[in-house]
Design a protein around this ligand. Sequence first.
Ligand code: G4P
Length: 285
Amino acid sequence: MEDMKDIQWFPGHMAKTRRMIAKSLPLVDAVAELLDARLPLSSRNPEFNRLTGKKPRLVILNKADMADPDITNQWMQFYKKKGYAVITADSKNGKGVKQFAPALRELLKEQLQRYADKGMKGRPIRVMILGIPNVGKSSLINRLAGGKRAKAEDRAGVTRTQQWIKTTDSVELLDTPGVLWPKLDDQEVAVRLAMTGAIRDDILDKEALAARLLKLLHQEYPQAIAERYKISPEQEGEGFELLEQMAKNRGMLLSGGVPNTERAAITLLDEFRGTKLGRISLEKP
Ligand code: G4P
């Protein structure tokens, strides 16, 4: 499974996704853009607007269970102002997923009314789900399909390999979610994605990555860092010094009492990703 995910990062697959989107766009009523609620900017594809044009959009702030609820609310307002429908979800556990169909119906209200006026009342809403790797596309689709993932019938105008997944709410999903690219050539973006574990964290050494994360958390979530690692909010110093402090406070020492910053780095990244530090967002609107 891990290998497959790595393969999806090949630029060649991006070209394939672009073609898939261009071909499928006329077949869907809306696009669902899946973002990581903890970092909606870094987890988005920079070409998304260009690729999906004026298609009505539902933004799903996924992994909301791990994100700071106040900041997630700010993001919701931010995307609503842009004219998108927005929901939050925890696709792993299914929380919020039931808002998917109602949000789409609201977004497409006028279009659905036009269909109804033409007597096409039971017509399902068709949606394409797009997002970067690991953002939760498969989890969401499994939740929406109610575990069945029964393939819907072929339809005229759709290639044989492209099929629709039915959900219980008369919404149909394209069976292959679109895998898009984040803006990986932006170092800041790559670093934040690596912090969450969305991309392999060997783009930076673990200690450098953890030092940056610890500095950021110490600034934005001082209470969490004080509670878990006994680093005072008043403590000054760069990330690496904080990491040394954390190692000392946790008794992670090498011979001669040298702080084991490598172990502290691994611990910090694991505990952050495992929400041991609480619900944390890395980006604000
Ligand atoms: P993808 O298709 O977009 O690549 O993503 P996928 O659904 O495979 O999800 C990637 C990882 O993120 C999975 O964890 C999945 O369980 C987790 N995930 C997806 N949505 C949510 C969410 O809303 N909240 C939380 N907390 N996690 C979510 P994994 O570690 O790869 O697998 P597993 O440990 O869950 O088995």
